[in-house]
Design a protein around this ligand. Sequence first.
Ligand SMILES: [Zn+2]
Length: 286
Amino acid sequence: MRRMSGRDTKAKALVEEILHSIFFLGQFLKPPCTPEKIISTGRKLAGLKTQYPVSFELYSSQLPRRSPFSCVLDMFVHMIGKQTKKDKDHLLIQMLKDFIRPLKKDGLKSRPLVSSTICVSKCNNSDSYYGVSMSTTGCHPGRIMVAASCLGTYWDSYVAGAVMTYYPTKEKKSYFDGTFKLPGKVHCQSFNLSDGEKKDPCKSCGNLFGLSKTVGMEWAYGHCAEAESLSNLFKNVEEIRNDVHPQYGSFPIPEKKTRAKKNVRDELERILPNTFKWDGHFYTPG
Ligand SMILES: [Zn+2]
């Protein structure tokens, strides 16, 4: 058997994660949809089961850390590799636009599981770090994915802390404030994935990250592309992260942070589907 290269291994892990996330979300459909129903072609199903058995085994017991389209974004970033910085953002947005265009089914206002927005964050000459908006349909799946991103260590803890300040409602917690004002040197810009046009941040992102010139809606906290993009920036560029100062000061009071996390976890467990028997783990492909 051919030995897998590092790039192949990464791509395989992403496909595994995409499948697991899609199969998990199938449980919210009415009636719930099994992997066997989602992958309707018998031959394809057998091939996928052989190649990605863990996705099939764990979709009803372990939570995804993020939505499928977030993995798709990573796949494109992985495919582009080391392009020149100037072209990379434009190329990535164009590739995603080309990818999602044919997915719009006739009669549907939106594309299920497809993000509407990408955000690009960078600082001076740093690389760009990307994020996409939550790509689930229905209230509970999106809410679950945000909780999973906060608790499953997918998001940087500063971003998770800011989101947990509000989650699951739009009301700020009285006992915990992890919001912060983004350092002025960070450039954070979103783009519409349908037409490629720039988008101003919404009111929620203004409240979470101190972004200015906010317009329009106060979307559900943690649903916007800014959260994932900034999280990736903080995880990769330590000097920027060191310049971020959450409202709770140098350290959150442990009991208050624990209480905020418990609040998120309680809500998460409350809205999980009946078919899902959580073993307490977040699915991490490996
Ligand atoms: Zn927003």
